[in-house]
Design a protein around this ligand. Sequence first.
Ligand code: GLA
Length: 461
Amino acid sequence: MRRGGWPIRKSSQSSFELDFGTSPAGCYWKRAIREITNDHFIDDRELFRSMMAEEEIGKTQDSVEVNKIKKRVFEEAIDEFRKVFGEVKIEELRAGISPGRVNLIGDHVDYVDGFVLPIALPLYTIAVARPVKSINQNFTQIHSTHFKETAKFYHYKEDDDAENRLQKWAHYAEGIFELHRPNQPLDVILHTNIPVGAGLSSSASVELALYYLFDQFNDVHLSTEKIAMLCQKAEHEYAGVPCGIMDQFVCSLAHVGHALKIDCSNLAYDRIPLAISRDASFIVVDSGVKHALASGEYAKRRAAVEQTLQVIMGARSWRDVTEAHLAEYSPELSQEERNCAKHVVGEISRTNQASEALLDNNIKLFGELMWESHESLKNLYRVSCIELDKLVDIAKSCEGVWGARMTGGGFGGCIVALVKNSKINEFKKSIEENYSGRPRFFDGHPVNGGQILDIAELLKN
Ligand code: GLA
């Protein structure tokens, strides 16, 4: 536990380490020590890990404002429940909840052992259910309020009827149902205020919310890391999307006030406090478009970089590839392979630098890395589109914008911008005036990851 005075704590190895905590003051101390010692006093990573150790931070609750958002989404879900399944008492219900996410930097590198730096957003999917009343009903029904459709999932496979053809959205639910099955039939409402298809992880949030719902109806309780892996498996095997681990991991492990730096080669992670938010904010802008080629191009890029790796490293990890390797193997690669390889190596390095910049509250450097990342995704990896480029260009022309970039899979969806707090209104106005589509803005305020929703607690306030 933290003590007052000089920040020292006993480590688990029984030696003493400096403990600065994760508060802005803690970050100040860390920076001060760095300056005094020229970075040689203590291994940063060790210090960082000790600062971030979960038991040291303790569980921090989402803010009152954020709980109000959850409550609103929950109440909407209940209204929908009553419309679809009839009257219900609140005490009969169980619920799981998950936020959406935005990635601050490190795109298209989670499936190549890279680093990513996402935060969970105060946008939510809630899965709320009641055990079915009839003992003759042997299926769980899941109704999506967004798609206005109900899918049936049988508890005994032999009862499955051929007519039960699932729509695309329902395959995500099917995956969690099959991999984390509730032990009794349920009536479920899936409700969200995350814009669907905008690249803010509405799919991962469905997986997580259903996981936490079903978790209350079975005896298999996994660690947060394993939950993320189970949800990713559901997406690969049931929805047929070859995604990386970023979305499920951050929706599962995110911590209020922190970005999550994930090392996708081994799933180690660091929680990095967003001290930056005292001076600036991450604003998410939804372009309102999603181009049809998104999922096909995603799979193509992934296959292509895996193949390129074979040429360069004989299928070791992209994490071992350096600029020097790229130069050496350049003649053996096509222009397109060279460009994709350059993006991967550059983006992994940028994400590392960006997380250090975040730790140092170096807004300027963080912003520069964001611009560079966008250029790389646009010109080298080619996953941007006209609308995202336009939004980034407008952001560039605004005073008080430190950096901006497309975020997530691309081909539509959102950009994320780092904007000086006093300039946020001007920034939004400029986007509204100069972007021909219908932009929507979301506050990049980091919240906790998914969990079982404590309904009684939520409704208390
Ligand atoms: C999608 C995938 C993630 C990641 C991003 C790009 O969101 O689900 O795994 O690859 O694209 O960074």
